[in-house]
Design a binder for this molecule. Structure first.
Ligand SMILES: Cc1cc2nc3c(=O)[nH]c(=O)nc-3n(C[C@H](O)[C@H](O)[C@H](O)COP(=O)(O)OP(=O)(O)OC[C@H]3O[C@@H](n4cnc5c(N)ncnc54)[C@H](O)[C@@H]3O)c2cc1C
Length: 344
C-alpha cells in the first residue's frame, strides 16, 4: 500500500501548495545567489576545510581572531581583523555521505571526523554557550538514511505512476509506501529537474528510513542494496511487476547513504543547540541547521536561510526582521486535515 503525504500542505495528498523551485534547489537558488555575490566582489574559496577557530578574550566577550583552513593539503591562516565578522556553519546533515551505483551499495562508514562536525566539536569545548554536537552526531544508527535517485530514459514508469495517482507526474507530492519494511518515500520533482536535462530523461529521488531492515521483496537490508535492487523493491510495491524488465532496462538508480541526515531531530535539551549569536560573541555568529531558532522546522532550506538572516540582522544591527515562520499548526483547518490523514 502506498499513501501520499505532502509536507507543504498537511492533509492534502497533492503538491499543489508546495513551493517548488523550477529546477533543483542548487541550480535555482544557490547558483543565482553565488553569481550575484561574485558580481558584488565576494570571493568564494572552494575545496577548503576550516579546521580551527581561534577565540581571544575581549572583556567579558570572545572574539574570533584567526581561522585555520586546509587547502590542497596546505595549512593556511586568515587573520580576522578588527571590523571583520565571522559566520560559522555548524555540523552537517550531509557529512560523510557515500555513493553506490546500480549494482553496488554505498560503501559503509563509521563515526566520522568530517571537518564540519570536527570544527563544532573543537569550538564547543571553548564555551558551554557553543552547544553540544555529540547529541546530534554520535548515533548514526538512528540518524542515517539511504537516499536514491532514479533516471529513466523511457516514460513507462512515470506513465504507470500517473495511473495510480491520477495526477501529472510532478504534481502528486511525495509518495510514501507505508507497507514498505524500508519505509520508502519518493518524490517526483518538476521535469526537467536539472538545467540542460535531455527531454527524453525523467528523474525522481527518494529515501528509506529503515535502512537496516530486510525488504519485503528483496531479501537484503536496504543499506546493502545497489540501485537496481531498490528499484525492483519499489516496482513490486507499486504492482508494476509485469513491466519490471522494461523499467529496469531504462533506469539508472544510484543509492547514497547519509549518516547524519536526520540528526537535527535527535532528542535534545535547551543549550544543545547554540544561540545564533551567543551572548559572549563579539564578532561571530552560528548559522545552519544546528543553531537555535524557536518554533522553526529543521531540515528545511528555510531554516538555514533564516539562521543567516537572524545572524546578519543581529550582528549588523540592521533593524530588519527575518522572514516570519509559518505556524501551520495554529491553523485549525490544517490540524483537522493532519488528524484525518493520520487515521485514514
Ligand atoms: C536529499 C535531500 C533532499 C532535501 N530536500 C529538501 C527539500 O525538499 N526542501 C528543503 O527545504 N530542504 C531539503 N533538504 C535540506 C536542505 O538541502 C538543507 O537544509 C540545506 O542545504 C542546509 O543548508 P546549509 O547551508 O545549512 O548546509 P549545507 O547545504 O550543508 O552547506 C554548508 C556548506 O558549508 C561547508 N562546510 C561546512 N563545514 C565546513 C568547514 N569546516 N570548512 C569548510 N566548509 C565547510 C559544507 O561543505 C557545505 O558546502 C534536502 C536535503 C537532502 C540531502
Amino acid at each position: 500500500m502506498y499513501s501520499q503525504v505532502s509536507s507543504g500542505c498537511p492533509g492534502s495528498p497533492y503538491s499543489t501548495c508546495i513551493r517548488s523551485t523550477k529546477y533543483n534547489q542548487y541550480e535555482s537558488i544557490a547558483l543565482p545567489i553565488i553569481k550575484f555575490l561574485e558580481e558584488k566582489g565576494v570571493v568564494f574559496q572552494k575545496n577548503c576545510a576550516v579546521t580551527d577557530v581561534k577565540l581571544i578574550d575581549k572583556s567579558a566577550k570572545k572574539q574570533v581572531s584567526q581561522l585555520t583552513f586546509l587547502s590542497k593539503e596546505n595549512t593556511n591562516v586568515i587573520e580576522v581583523e578588527k571590523n571583520d565578522l565571522v559566520f560559522l556553519s555548524l555540523g552537517s546533515m550531509v557529512a560523510d555521505y557515500s555513493v553506490g551505483s546500480m549494482d553496488n551499495s554505498p560503501p559503509k562508514k563509521s563515526l566520522s571526523k568530517s571537518v564540519s562536525w570536527d570544527l563544532w566539536e573543537k569550538t564547543a569545548q571553548i564555551s558551554p554557550e557553543f552547544g553540544n554536537p555529540s547529541v546530534f552526531n554520535k548515533n548514526i544508527e538512528k540518524t542515517k538514511w539511504t537516499a536514491f535517485t532514479v533516471t529513466f530514459s523511457d516514460p513507462l514508469f512515470f506513465d504507470l505512476l500517473q495511473t495510480i495517482t491520477k495526477r501529472k507526474a510532478g504534481e502528486e507530492g511525495p509518495v510514501t509506501i507505508i507497507d514498505s519494511n524500508w519505509l520508502i518515500s519518493f518524490a517526483v520533482p518538476n521535469q526537467p529537474h536539472f538545467i540542460g536535462q535531455p527531454e527524453n530523461l525523467q528523474f525522481l529521488w527518494g529515501y528509506g528510513l529503515n535502512t537496516d531492515k530486510t525488504g519485503n521483496f528483496i531479501n537484503k537490508k536496504m543499506s546493502d542494496c545497489g540501485g537496481r535492487e531498490i528499484l525492483i523493491e519499489i516496482v513490486k510495491h507499486l504492482g508494476f511487476d509485469e513491466h519490471l524488465d522494461k523499467i529496469i532496462d531504462s533506469a539508472n538508480s544510484i543509492p547514497c547513504t547519509m549518516p547524519y541526515i536526520t540528526s537535527q531531530f535527535m532528542p535534545r535539551k535547551i543549550g544543545d543547540r547554540p544561540q545564533i549569536v551567543p551572548q559572549i560573541s563579539e564578532n561571530f555568529a552560528f548559522i545552519g541547521q544546528y543553531c537555535e531558532i524557536p518554533q522553526d522546522i529543521v531540515f528545511t532550506l528555510e531554516y538555514s536561510v533564516r539562521s543567516s538572516q537572524i545572524a546578519v540582522n543581529s550582528i549588523l544591527k540592521t533593524g530588519r526582521k527575518p522572514t516570519p515562520i509559518y505556524l501551520g499548526r495554529r491553523n485549525p483547518k490544517h490540524v483537522f486535515n493532519i488528524i484525518r490523514t493520520a487515521f485514514r
